[in-house]
Write a protein that binds this ligand. Structure first.
Ligand code: NDP
Ligand code: 2IT
Length: 449
C-alpha cells in the first residue's frame, strides 16, 4: 500500500489492521476507501468527532457457524459459513451469499464493507451485509447442493427477515441455490416471506431483469462514462473476464449497444473469438450444461482456448473484469493501457489491485470502481423487494428502465462529487465520498449506533 493516508485516517487504519489480523482483502477494501476521505473530514469535521469512520469499519454483527451435510455416498462433510451484518443505517442488511472454497472471514468482510457504500449509492433503502461459505459447489450433484443449502439455512434463518437481513446470490450462488435456501426458510418459519431473499425464480417472487441486472448495469455505467467523454460503445472492442452471471449479461448488453466482445474466461482458461462471442453458445454451456468455458472452443469454429491464459493480454478498447477480487494487477493494467484500452469498469467486486487502479488513474483512462459500476445487481434486488412488498410483478421493460435510470443517477452523483472534491473524472473519489456521506449522515442523525 504505497499511498499514504491523511494523518487523521492513518491511526484508524492501523487500528483496523490490529483488530482484524490476517484479513488482507478487508484491509485492502478499507484502505481504498480511507485514501479518499481526507477532504471529507476537512469539510465535515463533526464526522470525525462522532467517530463515524471507526464505527463503519466495525461490523454491527458477525455470525460464524458450522454447516454439516452428507454427500451422495453418505459421507459427512463440515463447512463453515458466515454472515456479516455490517451496517443497517439505511435499511435492512442487504448483500449476497458466496459459495467458494476461498471464502473466509476476510473475504466476507471486504465484500460486506464494499456493500455498505454500494448500496448507499443506489439511493434505495438498503443497508450493507454479506455472507457465504467455503463450500465448493463445483462437481456437486443437485441433491448435494440442496442438502448443503438446507443445512446452512437451518442456522441462518434466525438471523434473517425482510426488515432485518435480506441475502441474494454471488459467486457460486444462483437461482438454484436461492431456491433451496428460500424453500428451507419458508419451511422452518412457516411464512411465505418473499422479501427475505432476492434473486428468486420468476414464478415464485423473483423480479424480471434481476438475473441480467449486474452485467447490464455495468455496461450502462460504461455507457455513461463514455458519454461524459463524448464517445459511445458503438464499434468498440470489449473483453470480459469470467463467464458467470455477471459476465454473461455484461456481454449481452455490450453486444446490444454495438460493441464487439471478443474474449471471456473462467478460472481454468480464456477463450478468444475474434468474430465476436456467440452468447447463445456461452449460455448453453454455462447456464444449462454447467460445463467449463473450454467447451466453447470445441464447438465454435475459429475460436481459441488458452489454458491458464491471461485475458488482459488481449488488445481491446473496453475491459470489464467480471470474475473475482484481485484478478487484474498492475502489470495487467500497464499491458491494457499500452495496447490502447481506454475504459475499465468493474462488474466484479474489487477485481483490480491498488497498483492497477493507480496505473489507470495515471493514464487518465475512464475507470469505474465496482461500488458504482456493479451496483445495478443489488439495486434491482431492492426493486425485487419493492415488488414483493406490494405483491406486484413488473414487466421486463419497466424494470430494466428503472435499472438504467439508477445507473445514470449513480454515474452523475459520482461524477459531480468527484468534481466537488477537486478530483474531476476520478470515480473512486466520487463513489466513496457519495456513499460514505449518505451512510454517515444517517448514522449521526440516529445517535450513537
Ligand atoms: P458466478 O459464480 O456466476 O461466476 C463467477 C465467474 O468468475 C466464473 O466464471 C468463475 O470461474 C470466475 N471465478 C470465480 N472465482 C474465481 C477465481 N478465484 N479465479 C478465477 N476466476 C474465478 O458469479 P457472479 O458472476 O455472480 O460474480 C462474479 C463477480 O461479480 C464477483 O466478484 C461478485 O462478487 C460480483 N458481483 C456479483 C453480483 C451478482 O448479482 N451476482 C452483483 C455485484 C457484483 P469458475 O467457474 O472457473 O470458478
Ligand atoms: O455484490 C453484490 O452486490 C451482490 N452480490 C448482489 C447483492 C444483492 O443483494 O443483490
Amino acid at each position: 500500500m504505497t499511498v499514504r493516508l491523511d494523518e487523521k485516517l492513518e491511526p484508524i487504519y492501523q487500528d483496523v489492521l490490529r483488530r482484524n489480523p490476517g484479513e488482507n482483502e478487508f484491509h485492502q477494501a478499507v484502505h481504498e476507501v480511507l485514501e479518499t476521505l481526507g477532504p471529507v473530514l476537512v469539510k465535515y469535521p463533526e464526522l470525525a468527532e462522532h467517530k463515524v469512520i471507526q464505527r463503519i469499519c466495525e461490523p454491527e454483527r458477525q455470525i460464524i457457524f458450522r454447516v454439516p451435510w452428507q454427500d451422495d455416498q453418505g459421507e459427512i462433510h463440515i463447512n463453515r459459513a458466515f454472515r456479516v451484518e455490517f451496517n443497517s443505517a439505511l435499511g435492512p442488511y442487504k448483500g449476497g451469499m458466496r459459495f467458494h472454497p476461498s471464502v473466509y472471514l476476510g473475504i466476507i468482510k471486504f465484500l460486506g464493507f464494499e456493500q455498505i457504500f454500494k448500496n448507499a449509492l443506489t439511493d434505495l433503502p438498503i443497508g450493507g451485509g454479506k455472507g457465504g461459505s467455503d463450500f465448493d459447489p463445483k462437481g456437486k450433484s443437485d441433491d448435494e447442493i440442496m442438502r448443503f443449502c438446507q443445512s446452512l439455512m437451518t442456522e441462518l434463518y434466525r438471523h434473517l427477515g425482510e426488515y432485518t437481513d435480506v441475502p441474494a446470490g454471488d459467486i457460486g450462488v444462483g437461482q438454484r441455490e436461492v431456491g433451496y435456501l428460500f424453500g428451507q426458510y419458508k419451511r422452518i418459519t412457516n411464512r411465505y416471506e418473499s422479501g427475505v431473499f432476492t434473486g428468486k425464480g420468476l414464478d415464485w417472487g423473483g423480479s424480471r431483469a434481476r438475473k441480467e441486472a449486474t452485467g447490464y448495469g455495468t455496461v450502462f455505467f460504461v455507457q455513461e462514462m463514455l458519454k461524459a467523454r463524448k464517445e459511445s460503445l458503438e464499434g468498440k472492442t470489449c473483453i470480459v473476464s469470467g463467464s458467470g452471471n455477471v459476465a454473461i449479461y455484461a456481454i449481452e448488453k455490450a453486444e446490444q449497444l454495438g460493441a464487439k466482445v471478443i474474449a471471456c474466461s473462467d478460472s481454468s482458461g480464456i477463450i478468444v473469438d475474434e468474430k465476436g462471442i456467440d452468447l447463445k453458445l456461452v449460455k448453453r454451456i454455462k447456464e444449462v450444461e454447467r460445463r467449463r468455458i473450454s467447451a466453447y472452443a470445441e464447438e465454435r469454429k475459429g475460436a481459441k482456448y488458452v489454458e491458464d491464459g491471461n485475458i488482459w493480454g488481449v488488445p481491446c478498447d473496453v475491459a470489464l473484469p467480471c470474475a473475482t477480487q484481485n484478478e487484474l494487477n498492475g502489470k495487467d493494467a500497464k499491458k491494457l493501457v499500452e495496447q490502447g484500452c481506454t475504459t475499465v469498469a468493474e462488474g466484479a467486486n474489487m477485481p483490480c489491485t491498488p497498483e492497477a487502479i493507480r496505473v489507470f488513474q495515471d493514464a487518465s483512462i475512464a475507470y469505474g470502481p465496482g461500488k458504482a459500476a456493479n451496483a445495478g445487481g443489488v439495486a434491482t434486488s431492492a426493486l425485487e423487494m419493492q415488488q414483493n412488498a406490494s405483491r406486484d410483478f413488473w414487466t421486463f421493460q419497466y424494470t430494466e428502465k428503472r435499472l438504467e435510470e439508477i445507473m445514470v443517477n449513480i454515474h452523475r452523483n459520482c461524477y459531480e462529487t468527484a468534481d466537488e472534491f477537486g478530483a474531476p473524472g476520478n470515480y473512486v473519489v466520487g463513489a466513496n465520498i457519495t456513499g460514505f456521506l449518505k451512510v454517515s449522515k444517517a448514522m449521526v442523525a440516529m445517535g450513537l449506533i
